[in-house]
Design a protein around this ligand. Structure first.
Ligand SMILES: CC(C)(COP(=O)(O)OP(=O)(O)OC[C@H]1O[C@@H](n2cnc3c(N)ncnc32)[C@H](O)[C@@H]1OP(=O)(O)O)[C@@H](O)C(=O)NCCC(=O)NCCS
Length: 185
């Protein structure tokens, strides 16, 4: 059934998972990849609830692991649709790690996943409009538009940096960097 609009709260999703020893790296902390995988899951759950269709992950922005997560902690991932385009949705995710024994809670990271709704032919398909019921939801929607604009500029500059790296003047450009140019041939 085609739904024309949905409120943010209708697709808000939280996943809570216990951090077990097999999720840890050699340093005893939880692998970043485990957290990323959980973030992708919650983003999918949230986006597909809003879209009412299958969705795919297109981009992941602002991934920073601010604090390590320990084995035994309960990790909760809160996801909300912050913005919708035609077929795309920006899902904001906040990750919280809780040590139930010590009674401590820490915010380990926040990120934005862009998800696209797909139809049965695997083509992008329109999603319902987003009903913004609080000032915070309005703020996040506007913020997402601004971040999209900034990203466009950064992507153009990154493409330029990749294709126009000035190797000819490398010794001058790199003189204060921690590298040694030692061509083999
Ligand atoms: C991303 C994808 C859906 C774009 O498909 P497309 O046929 O080129 O469709 P469009 O150009 O119409 O883009 C569809 C939407 O995606 C958005 N989009 C496409 N590329 C994007 C990017 N790099 N960043 C942000 N949004 C993007 C478009 O802005 C558009 O949004 P809108 O409908 O809200 O305006 C398609 O390339 C795809 O399916 N990629 C694979 C995704 C996947 O498999 N993910 C799992 C990774 S393992």
């Amino acid at each position: 059934m085609l739904v024309k609009q949905k409120a943010v709260k209708d697709s808000q999703t939280t996943i809570t998972e216990l951090m077990i020893p097999s999720y840890a790296n050699f340093g005893g902390k939880i692998h970043g990849g485990i957290v990323l995988s959980l973030m992708d899951k919650v983003a999918y759950a949230c986006a597909s609830k809003h879209a009412g269709t299958y969705c795919v992950t297109v981009t992941v922005d602002k991934v920073e692991f601010l604090q390590p997560i320990e084995v035994g902690e309960l990790v909760s991932l809160h996801a909300s649709v912050n913005h919708v385009g035609n077929s795309s949705m920006v899902v904001g995710i906040k990750v919280i790690a809780e040590n139930v024994k010590q009674g401590t809670v820490k915010h380990t990271n926040s990120s934005y996943f862009t998800m696209v709704a797909k139809d049965d032919a695997n083509s992008p398909t329109p999603v319902p409009k987003l009903v913004l019921e609080t000032k915070e939801q309005v703020r996040r929607f506007i913020e997402a538009i601004r971040l999209k604009e900034i990203k466009k500029t950064i992507n153009t500059e990154m493409d330029d940096a990749v294709s126009n790296a000035d190797v000819i003047h490398a010794s001058e450009i790199l003189k204060s960097e921690r590298c040694v140019i030692s061509y083999v041939n």
